[in-house]
Design a binder for this molecule. Structure first.
Ligand code: HEC
Length: 103
């Protein structure tokens, strides 16, 4: 019984934190793309190695598509509406330069 309550509580937490909704995270003005990625993204996108942040589908292998992805989110990824302007540019640059593109 107790175990079930715990499972329910943990699942609720996942639903609240995980899917859909956005994140309030705002990057510090001087944060590098790598710092933003480590803080905001690596919780779900574990870097594959020191210089490989993630594997990108060909359809998101451009700065515009990456910015759109993290500002709009998706069914399974939260939107980061406060990553804007220069910070968004630095983050997208970092992701693009440090990712492998899936063929
Ligand atoms: C709560 C978990 C979570 C966080 C935090 C998260 N993502 Fe995601 N992201 C996902 C999931 C799940 C997918 C795959 C589903 C999809 O494409 O929507 C994804 C997909 C992506 C894709 C598309 C990859 C592809 O090849 O199609 C990009 C780009 C991306 N994330 C960038 C980011 C960036 C940049 C951040 C940090 C600002 C971030 N994500 C934070 C869960 C997360």
């Amino acid at each position: 019984m107790k175990k079930l309550t715990l499972v329910a509580a943990v699942s609720t937490l996942f639903i609240l934190v995980g899917c859909g909704g956005g994140r309030d995270y705002s990057p510090p003005a001087d944060a590098s793309g790598e710092q933003i990625f480590t803080t905001a993204c690596s919780e779900c996108h574990k870097p594959l190695s020191a210089d490989k942040a993630m594997i990108l589908s060909a359809s998101v292998a451009s700065k515009e598509a990456i910015v759109k992805k993290f500002q709009s989110g998706s069914m399974r990824m939260p939107a980061f509406k406060n990553i804007q302007g220069d910070a968004a540019d630095r983050l997208a640059d970092y992701v693009l330069k440090n990712s492998e593109v899936k063929k």
